[in-house]
Design a protein around this ligand. Structure first.
Ligand code: NAD
Ligand code: TYD
Length: 340
């Protein structure tokens, strides 16, 4: 049995992680600390209703008093507390518009959380990071845990900064942290600003699909359930102070993903529209995940050929979810429920 604080549990990966815990570790006690930004959606967590070991705390990781409320809730559950830290501003295009919210949450917020976690003597702290901290690859090669950090976007720079703050806490204070760096995720509950759900939403509505640049940028795609299982393995069995890359050797050019989605959806390729490239667009990401496979016995269970259709089926069966998220209805609910 564990008592866990999960930050960002109302977002895409965090909500999938909570579903995994609910199904596979139902006796664990879980506090979800989430600010409910545009990307956080309590509708993602409806299936947790009735789970008596679960508590939601609305709060900002960058505000110590909010973080303390989460620790107080965890203390009420009892037992040693661990933290899995997902909360972040996560979208590269938004970081290009303005880097400040990224520094505020990803850098400042992580430090506030680290300070509180250290003061409370947490058992383990898993910091969920991204392969984007390594920068961009050429046509060959893979990111290993030893690849130097070379982030290129304000998003990835803020994540790299947070990784280094975690590293410093480990080195200076002997803080019991672990870092994970995963490749691009797709699956249920992903906010429709990211490539896969955006293209599903647009194609379903017969809108054109904006492909940046020549469409030949490569991403290494991982089904979100595989990512969540890897994080759970790191939380339970990872070596303190270590970093683990997570990925599944699923490299595809963006245009190949878009074509595959169109074909699965039965929509014409004429919907594809090449648009101006993203500034500073990283060309290729590819993960060497042999360390986590070797040390923790984790391997992805899903192939893109199977999990992309599952993802499409999920979005089709949740047309209401997609419509509410896209229309801003959820924001209106939040304003009513929480006053803004
Ligand atoms: P997301 O944007 O879907 O969700 C982020 C969640 O964090 C939301 O629920 C939001 O309300 C919450 N949040 C934001 N700012 C907060 C704050 N100041 N205080 C408390 N909560 C706050 O993100 P995601 O795609 O689920 O990503 C989760 C984590 O995984 C991030 O740290 C991201 O860097 C990392 N990651 C994501 C991917 C990916 O493909 N999406 C890949 C690798 C790593
Ligand atoms: P994204 O989902 O934003 O993830 P990231 O930038 O973190 O990898 O984008 C994935 C890839 O898809 C990336 O190379 C940018 C590209 N892309 C498009 O071509 N069009 C779009 O509308 C979006 C959102 C992304």
């Amino acid at each position: 049995m564990k008592t866990l604080i999960v930050t960002g549990g109302a977002g895409f990966i965090g909500s999938n992680f909570l579903h995994l815990l609910h199904a596979s570790r139902p006796d664990w006690k879980v506090v979800n600390l989430d600010a409910l930004t545009y990307a956080g959606n309590l509708e993602n967590l409806i299936s947790l209703e009735g789970w008596k070991n679960y508590e939601f705390v609305r709060g900002d990781i960058a505000r110590r008093e909010d973080v303390e409320r989460a620790f107080a809730a965890a203390r009420r559950f009892g037992g040693p507390v661990s933290v899995v830290h997902f909360a972040a501003e996560s979208h590269v295009d938004r970081s290009i518009e303005s880097g400040l919210p990224f520094v505020q949450t990803n850098v400042l917020g992580t430090q506030v959380l680290l300070d509180a976690a250290r003061a409370h003597g947490v058992e383990r702290f898993v910091h969920v990071s991204t392969d984007e901290v390594y920068g961009s690859l050429g046509d060959t090669g893979y990111f290993t845990e030893e690849t130097p950090l070379a982030p290129n976007s304000p998003y990835s720079a803020s994540k790299a900064a947070s990784d280094l703050l975690v590293r410093a806490a480990v080195h200076t204070h002997g803080f019991p942290a672990l870092v994970t760096r995963c490749s691009n995720n797709y699956g249920p509950f992903q906010f429709p600003e990211k490539l896969v759900p955006l293209m599903i939403a647009k194609a379903s509505d017969g809108e054109s699909l904006p492909v940046y640049g020549d469409g030949k940028n490569v991403r290494d795609w991982l089904y979100v359930v595989d990512h969540c299982e890897a994080i759970l393995a790191v939380l339970e069995r990872g070596r303190l102070g270590e970093t683990y890359n997570i990925g599944g050797h699923n490299e595809y050019q963006n245009i190949a993903i878009v074509r595959r989605l169109l074909s699965e959806l039965g929509k014409p390729e004429s919907l594809i529209r090449y648009v101006k490239d993203r500034p500073g667009h990283d060309r290729r990401y590819a993960i060497d995940a042999s360390k986590i496979e070797r040390e923790l016995g984790w391997k992805p269970r899903y192939r893109l050929e199977d999990a992309l259709p599952l993802t499409i089926a999920w979005y089709r069966s949740r047309a209401g979810w997609l419509q509410r998220v896209r229309s801003g209805a959820y924001r209106e609910y939040l304003a009513r429920q929480y006053g803004g």
